[in-house]
Design a protein around this ligand. Structure first.
Ligand code: SAM
Length: 232
């Protein structure tokens, strides 16, 4: 029986992992995601990677308690340094971090030749989603799917990518090409909140002793994009 109950956010991330994939979960605090996927029979091999000693120990003990030592390898490493081409990983999850950090982990993995280009990337940035989309486009990854969901009053986005050439507009990189196309209820809720935040930021920037015209212009542009998208 699967004793691990995933959050709605992690369950949605898990839903994009192909059946029988060899998974690397980077930043695998408690290793809940790989444990759930192995216990449910979705996959039979995973690497759970952690950079911090504490979460690494927690992941190790969870894997051991579930009797999954032969299925899940817990590795203490910086991001994709936990992955070797011999592991034949074909799905990578990086969830619950900022978009800038996710992009840095991918870039570092690329530099260290830890990406085979065959793997599906399933990325769940808590903020800064556009940094992830920029990295994907600049490195010839195509966005294959996106999701947006709400849990405990927080809104999360999930970006799924595969190797492939794609060119996205500035607005698609900002809002997400699939999310922009769908414009669902949670998308509207998110961008209504973001509009309020940006209007506050703009008003503070205008009152600042030291003017930052570039920042003001950027925030004003984003406000215009959001207003346009919300009225359509
Ligand atoms: N992925 C889980 C989730 O979505 O619930 C855990 C998210 S937790 C907020 C982020 C985890 O990523 C932390 O345990 C942190 O130590 C780990 N982490 C941050 N940077 C990392 C890196 N470069 N390599 C591996 N793990 C990292």
């Amino acid at each position: 029986m699967n004793k691990i109950q995933l959050s709605k956010r992690l369950a949605k991330v898990a839903s994009y992992i192909p059946d029988k994939a060899r998974l690397a979960d980077i930043g695998s605090d408690h290793a809940y995601l790989p444990i759930f996927c192995v216990l449910s029979g979705k996959i039979s091999y995973a690497i759970a990677s952690e950079i911090m000693e504490g979460p690494f120990e927690k992941a190790l003990s969870q894997v051991e308690q579930n009797g999954l030592n032969s299925h899940i390898k817990v590795r203490l490493a910086n991001g994709l340094e936990a992955v070797f081409l011999d592991d034949e990983i074909d799905a990578i999850t990086i969830a619950g971090m900022g978009g800038t950090l996710i992009a840095e982990i991918l870039e570092h993995g690329l530099q260290k030749q830890r990406l085979s280009s065959q793997e599906r990337l399933i990325l769940q940035p808590n903020i800064g989603e556009s940094s992830v989309r920029h990295w994907l486009m600049n490195n010839n990854y195509q966005i294959a799917a996106e999701a947006i969901l709400e849990e405990n009053d927080k809104i999360y986005e999930i970006i799924v990518a595969q190797k492939g050439i794609a060119c996205y507009s500035d607005q698609e990189l900002f809002f997400g090409p699939f999310l922009l196309e769908e414009k669902g209820e949670i998308f509207h809720k998110k961008w209504e909140q973001e509009l309020v935040n940006r209007k506050k930021i703009l008003s503070s920037l205008k009152k600042a002793m030291i003017p930052n015209h570039k920042k003001e212009e950027d925030v004003q542009n984003e406000i215009t994009w959001i207003e346009e998208v919300l009225k359509k």
